[in-house]
Design a protein around this ligand. Structure first.
Ligand code: PLP
Length: 470
């Protein structure tokens, strides 16, 4: 055999490799600069960043982090896994799916329970537009249910809204408070409706000792920066039901990455359908795993502070406190009450602000306030949820409201202010006092004294008035 022939031997046959080693200098795809960019976003000073750079620059990151959750060289480091595991343990559920938004978790849950053309979902008149919007995105039609003085869905008003098209009810926690779940679950069971809890505004709240999000069929959470628990943009879906979980995964991760055998044909009829990608990023999961670990103690602080303050408040003829369906379980990051008139509420809110009470900055800068009827539109109440109530859709075809399947099933919906009169009234006529989880006992005493001081100046003390705590 000639020398040339020897050199041409294939590596697979024992010849030399054509590309034994890369000559260029290898650099990881993601490295120290990306890490420092995150540190910069956290707000570290230029000096601190320089010191961090010195410490981490010499670290050998090898091929570097890929920040891939699946198909990664270091699955043990994957934060998405860690976050879901912690969520399962914290909430005591069988399945948890980390999503990139609460809206994504809602959409996946709605599709999982069978929301689609020709179906309706009962949603609360107060909450956030995302709940109703997710129904529309799933091609169902939202039907608004009025609220009670807890600002949660009024259980006594659900039954009248149930039709042969109703497949689910989606009770929503409103700003730390919890809806009255027992009667809601009761109506749902009697009518065989799925229950999807939207706990975006009360992560970690409990009802009768059980975590919100674990009472119905599926629980959905937003854990975005605009919530008391959460990093940037994130969501979480919980369920005990394996079938619902697989359907939710199919919608939220239609690249098949959550399947045991990713590209395998359907394991059972109906397993596979086209979904989208609501996968949580590893960077978000890295923050949220820490946030979730802090959640129980954060909730205890909030709840303890709120009850300490409420326990010291006097009762007044002109003031109706928000009903607390579970005073010990709710998240408790705000105190709300309904003054007899909006004018009275405005006077009280201004006086409370002047006392330094009700001002919060844990999530965003906020102060004690009341809306009033002339306030600008707000997508937290049904009548202003324009993308829903105007029944528009991006294609112009009128789906799902004009959908022939919906029509054939007798479906027709109109939305008008006045449909849910209690929500119309209470949304505009509630005073909101923001609380901080870090108040000391003395802070709580001072705040209670300040609220009593202001209310006593403008209202009539009445020992028979509505109590702040049940
Ligand atoms: C009640 C409720 N549901 C759903 C969402 C949507 O969550 P995300 O912004 O994470 O999609 C929010 C967000 O504000 C919310 O308040």
């Amino acid at each position: 055999m000639s020398t040339i022939e020897q050199h041409d031997a294939l590596a697979i046959d024992g010849g030399p490799k054509a590309f034994p080693k890369m000559q260029g200098t290898k650099r990881p795809k993601i490295g120290v600069e990306e890490f420092l960019s995150i540190a910069e976003r956290f707000g570290f000073s230029a000096e601190a960043l320089e010191r961090i750079r010195l410490v981490v620059a010499d670290e050998d990151l090898g091929a570097g982090p890929t920040l891939a959750r699946f198909l990664t060289a270091r699955p043990e480091a994957a934060k998405g896994e860690a976050f879901e595991k912690l969520a399962r343990e914290t909430f005591g559920v069988k399945h948890a799916l980390a999503c990139n938004s609460g809206t994504g978790a809602l959409h996946a849950s709605l599709v999982a329970v069978g929301v689609g053309p020709g179906t309706e979902v009962i949603v609360p008149a107060i909450g956030f537009f995302a709940t109703a919007a997710a129904v529309v995105v799933a091609k169902g039609v939202p039907v608004f249910c009025d609220v009670d003085e807890s600002l949660g869905m009024d259980p006594t008003k659900i039954e009248a809204l149930v039709t042969p098209r109703t497949v689910a009810v989606a009770p929503t926690c409103v700003m730390g408070a919890v809806p009255d779940m027992d009667p809601i679950l009761d109506v749902a069971r009697r009518h065989r409706l799925a229950v999807i809890e939207d706990c975006a505004q009360s992560p970690g709240a409990k009802y009768r000792g059980r975590y919100m999000g674990t009472l119905g069929d599926l629980g959905c959470f937003s854990i975005s920066a605009y919530k008391i628990v959460g990093g940037g943009e994130g969501g979480l879906l919980l369920t005990d039901d394996e079938g619902l979980f697989e359907r939710a995964c199919q919608l939220a991760e239609c690249g098949g990455l959550t399947r045991p055998d990713r590209f395998a044909p359907p394991r059972y009829p109906g397993e596979l359908f086209c979904g989208t990608n609501y996968r949580m990023s590893e960077l978000e999961a890295a923050v949220d795993v820490v946030q979730l670990r802090k959640m129980p103690s954060l909730l205890r602080q909030y709840n303890r502070n709120k009850r300490t303050i409420l326990g010291q408040l006097k009762t007044y003829r002109q003031i109706v406190p928000q009903t607390l369906n579970d005073a010990e379980g709710e998240a408790g990051y705000m105190i709300r009450f309904f003054p007899e008139t909006v004018e009275l509420g405005r006077t009280i809110a201004a006086a409370l602000n002047a006392e330094g009470i009700g001002i919060g900055d844990f999530i965003w800068p906020a102060e004690c306030s009341i809306r009033g009827p002339e306030a600008p539109p707000d997508w937290h109440v049904y009548s202003y949820m324009f993308p829903v109530v105007l029944k528009t859709d991006p294609s112009g075809a009128g789906c799902p409201f004009q959908c022939p399947i919906y029509r054939e099933r007798g479906g027709h919906v109109e939305y008008r202010r006045g449909d849910c009169p209690v929500a119309d009234d209470l949304f505009d006529r509630n005073v909101t006092i923001w609380l901080d989880p870090c108040y000391s006992e003395q802070d709580c005493r001072d705040i209670a004294r300040g609220i009593n001081k202001v209310l006593s100046a403008y209202c009539t003390e009445d020992p028979e008035g509505r109590k702040w705590l049940p």
